[in-house]
Design a protein around this ligand. Structure first.
Ligand code: MTE
Ligand code: MO
Length: 554
């Protein structure tokens, strides 16, 4: 054994490779090159989508495909995907997956640049194919946009890889044994690579952001430009006055309890649920409503023809089947438009047409029994709504026209961006959500909600107003009761309901004593049926159970 300390010397370095196309860039620079190239291609796609109608956003198109093809096992995940925040999360996820794929492509380029090039083309093709699923897409434009994206992606990849190669060669040349490695900034070639990658990356972020902003604003801009307010004529079209108006809610329709849900939901506060990752933007001049299928004659109406029909106004509360007990996916608005029945009568519904299947411009479908609106014992005023609370239908609520069917959950009826109505049989067609595990027939369940006090609130002892809303469209609400600490049901005071199709405010004065208290509410509908306390999840036909809160009183 040798006791002498041994100095470990670095192995002699292999001779620095000559600069040239044979040099493999390092893994980090390769991955970064691929990632930035993917970002550039992606940004190009969003930018042209933002600039040119008929070219869908590739990110949204891939996200929509993910929603549409989500396996039934992920049903609950999908249900949660439709809030605005969840849509943004899905788009961020798609973007991250594309960037990761780009990094992988960059690594693949170390083996074969040709392979990497084809992978870029394949990545772009996925977005293009997803875009072609969108019924609003113009096929040839999508192909041109995809070619552009591929060009941008390939060019970026080649430029960055060449720059990465020079940087790697420079690093290798500097790595001389015994000499400390230079700082990265010391090499002009490495600095040049970082500047190129960073610069392109920033361009991609800017381009992508511009594209997204244009995409996000287009639907609202289209809606705003199309219809002028009554009389002022700023837009191309005006909507005539309703022949069958409803009076504005009187003071007896609302309680002045702070925090209670207003009886009419302002448009800006109305819940929004749909599968559209980007709000469909509809050109009202070319929009039509087509009624076809089991009818005597197909009917196609322009927007102008549609609003020349007698318009009616109705207050109707609509609700989402995914609303949890106590949740806020429910709202009440005044809807204006022609009766669905009038439009169907123009086409002549054939006997045996047991199902009405409305379809949106983006291909989404609902479906409900024809008898729901034609039953002579209980005809219902379904509306092809063109106004919401006296304003043209907002883009995110279905501009230029949507269906409102009293008493049915939105997913079977309330089709936004409506463009087709098919008459068929219940057996022949299952609408969008039915194969995804939701009930075929879906009347809105009786529900009641405690708005005040809030769950978990700390209150001062003494008189407390317990208040909220209850709904059972279109059976109406006949009674609301409140139970404190599992005690007897006490009848609440009801405000005047606008119609059996709307929710109604309720309130109860409670003498709160110190301690913790549990408050429950239940409603009885217009048929005398009491809201069930049996708890069910939203799927398949709506959440059941009683809204329950707990408060502490001191
Ligand atoms: N075109 C289209 N219409 C649609 C949907 C959709 O995904 N696409 N979702 C429905 C569902 S599930 C509900 S609850 C209501 C919600 O309408 P709102 O967003 O105006 O509140 O719209 C319905 N109409
Ligand atoms: Mo819904």
């Amino acid at each position: 054994m040798n006791d002498q300390p041994v100095l470990h010397r670095p192995e002699p370095m292999p001779p620095a490779p000559a600069a040239g196309p044979q040099t493999r860039p390092g893994t980090g620079r390769s991955a970064l090159s691929g990632l930035v190239a993917a970002a550039a291609a992606l940004a190009a796609g969003e930018l042209v989508a933002g600039l040119v109608p008929g070219i869908p956003s590739p990110i949204a198109a891939v996200g929509s495909a993910a929603i549409d093809f989500a396996p039934p096992g992920s049903k609950e995940v999908v249900v949660g995907l439709f809030g605005t925040a969840d849509k943004a999360a899905l788009m961020v996820l798609v973007t991250l997956v594309v960037l990761a794929a780009g990094a992988a492509i960059g690594l693949a380029a170390r083996r074969s640049v040709t392979l990497a090039g084809w992978l870029v083309v394949a990545l772009v093709a996925v977005g293009g194919l997803a875009s072609l699923r969108d019924p609003t897409a113009a096929g040839p434009l999508v192909v041109v946009a995809a070619a552009l994206q591929a060009g941008v992606g390939l060019q970026a990849l080649l430029v960055l890889l060449a720059s990465a190669r020079r940087a790697t060669t420079a690093s290798a040349a500097e790595a001389v044994p015994g000499v400390p490695a230079a700082t990265p900034e010391a090499s002009p070639a490495r600095r040049a690579f970082l500047l190129r990658a960073g610069g392109l990356g920033l361009l991609a972020i800017a381009g992508g952001a511009i594209g997204r902003t244009l995409l996000g604003g287009r639907a609202a801009a289209e809606a705003a430009a199309s219809i002028g307010g009554s009389g002022n004529g700023s837009g191309a079209l005006t909507i005539p006055q309703a022949v069958d108006p409803v009076p504005s809610p009187g003071p007896d329709a609302s309680f002045s309890v702070p925090g209670i849900t207003p009886v009419v939901t302002p448009n800006g506060q109305f819940y929004r649920i749909d599968t559209a990752l980007i709000t469909p933007s509809v050109d009202i001049a070319s929009w039509t409503l087509r009624v076809y299928g089991m009818v005597d004659r197909e009917v196609t109406l322009t927007f102008e023809q549609l609003v020349q029909l007698p318009l009616i106004e109705r207050y109707v509360t609509i609700a989402c089947v995914s609303n949890e007990v106590g949740g806020n996916l429910v709202g009440n608005a005044k809807w204006t438009g022609p009766r669905l029945a009038d439009v169907l009568a123009m086409a002549g519904v054939q006997p045996g047409a047991t199902q009405i299947v409305p379809r949106s411009v983006d291909g989404w479908t609902a479906g409900f029994p024809t008898s729901w609106i034609t039953d002579p014992a209980h005809p219902r005023d379904a509306i092809i709504a063109v106004e919401m609370n006296d304003a043209p239908l907002p883009a995110e609520h279905g501009f230029p026209a949507r269906l409102i069917v009293p008493g049915l959950y939105g997913y079977v009826s309330a089709t936004k961006w409506l463009t087709e109505i098919q008459l068929t049989t219940l057996e022949a067609v299952d609408a969008y959500w039915v194969p995804r595990g939701w009930a075929k027939e879906a009347p809105i369940l009786t529900q009641s909600r405690i708005d005040v006090p809030q769950d978990g609130a700390s209150l001062a002892a003494g008189p407390v107003a317990v208040a909220g809303v209850a709904w059972a469209p279109d059976r109406g609400i006949s009674k609301v009761e409140v139970s404190i600490d599992q005690g007897p049901w006490q009848e609440a005071t009801l405000a005047t309901e606008l119609s059996p199709a709307t929710w109604v405010q309720w309130k109860l004065a409670w003498q709160a004593a110190p301690g913790r208290h549990v408050i429950e509410v239940r409603a009885t509908d217009g048929t005398g049926a009491v809201q069930t306390s049996r708890v069910t999840p939203p799927a398949p036909d709506g959440a059941r159970g009683l809204d329950t809160i707990s408060v502490s009183v001191a």
